[in-house]
Design a protein around this ligand. Structure first.
Ligand code: NAP
Ligand code: 8YV
Length: 309
């Protein structure tokens, strides 16, 4: 008996193709009338493929057994509502570690060496006129990683290879890590040139990088965020970037993406990226196949490989 799946947003074609080969897929994000679709097929939906899963949506799906996200972060899923009905939640960790770590380092280099500005300088024919000027560099600088997890460890390895000093903060000190642990985020920021944010979103980390933390990072410091926009007090960050109280920011995620605050657009001390951390062909293919693997295992009665709830 084919299993009815509700897909909540588009994702890489390889994953969508694999999903459609095994399940009957109903695409909520393409429905002309989403309410009518839910009224019609809601009672028979056994799984959700994708994020943006509210308690209200879960309540519309009485037969729901599993939510399989397309991504490792699952802060867009109401996990309390899922847990209340013993609904499994599964994500796609590990396969995206390298892609995200690559972009984290890339954004750091872009900000330090002013690569976007240099590109414009050449394209606009200004080379040969006024000098572009000197920049900073990463060698010998300290990067404080907020979130030395699966991705954070890949970022740390790359930063070490670039002769940076790595330190970290999390709720717990980790055994067998060669890096100095800071139990206090503000202290780490004060002692760092770069603050690398790669912690999850959700209530537990909301506003964790506060005004005080950003002020501790200071006029010579810079923040890089590939975790979630909610982790940083964005209004305070913008104010400090404008006033010079914070040296710079390289951002892949934002509080209200994609409708982000346009105040960022005029700032020369920021590098902006449209939530592209995992957005490579090979990684998005693997994420989609991992999503299908989670659903396959559940409906075959096997343990779900990447169950988080
Ligand atoms: P992970 O392995 O679970 O690592 C998360 C890290 O964050 C852990 O080291 C954890 O350490 C720390 N952490 C969690 N809650 C914290 C808190 N309240 N205070 C301080 N530290 C905290 O996750 P991952 O696979 O590395 O992914 C991390 C996040 O990256 C995802 O959740 C997602 O939001 C984001 N991400 C973004 C993109 C993108 O495209 N920009 C792509 C993939 C992932 P402790 O347990 O010791 O606190
Ligand atoms: C998104 C991410 O899932 O994995 C995560 O947590 O933030 C990304 O990989 C991806 O952008 C699809 O929405």
């Amino acid at each position: 008996m084919p299993v009815d799946i509700l897909q909540t947003h588009a994702f890489h074609h390889a994953g969508q193709t694999a999903l459609a080969e095994k399940f009957t897929v109903h695409k909520l994000h393409e429905a002309a009338d989403p309410e009518a679709l839910l009224a019609q097929i809601g009672p028979q939906i056994k799984a959700i493929a994708g994020g943006d899963v509210s308690a209200e949506l879960i309540a519309r799906l009485p037969a729901l057994e599993i939510v399989a996200t397309f991504g490792v972060g699952y802060d867009s899923v109401d996990v309390q509502a899922a847990a209340a009905r013993d609904i499994v939640v599964a994500n796609t960790p590990e396969v995206l570690n390298d892609a995200v770590a690559e972009l984290a380092i890339g954004l750091m280099i872009a900000l330090a060496r002013r690569i976007p500005q240099a590109d414009r300088y050449v394209r606009e024919g200004r080379w040969g006129g006024k000098k572009f000027g000197l920049t900073g560099e990463l060698t010998g600088k300290t990067v404080g990683i907020l979130g030395l997890g699966r991705i954070g460890k890949e970022i740390a390895a790359r930063a070490q290879a670039m002769k940076m000093r790595v330190v970290y903060h999390g709720r717990h000190e980790q055994a067998n890590q060669p890096f100095v642990y800071y139990s206090d985020l503000e202290d780490m920021a004060r002692d760092s040139d770069w603050l690398m944010v790669i912690a999850p979103g959700g209530a537990g980390t909301a506003g964790l990088v506060s005004r005080k933390v950003l002020e501790a990072l200071g006029p010579e410091g810079a923040v890089v965020n590939l975790g979630r926009g909610t982790v940083i007090d964005e209004a305070a960050m913008l104010e400090l970037l404008k006033s010079g109280g914070l040296g710079g920011a390289a951002l892949d995620v934002f509080e209200n993406e994609p409708e982000m605050d346009e105040a960022f657009f005029g700032l020369e001390n920021v590098v902006l990226s449209p939530h592209q951390g995992s957005a490579t062909e090979q990684t998005r293919t693997l994420m989609g196949l991992t999503l299908v693997e989670n659903l396959d295992a559940h409906f075959a009665g096997r343990p779900v490989p990447h169950r988080v709830v």
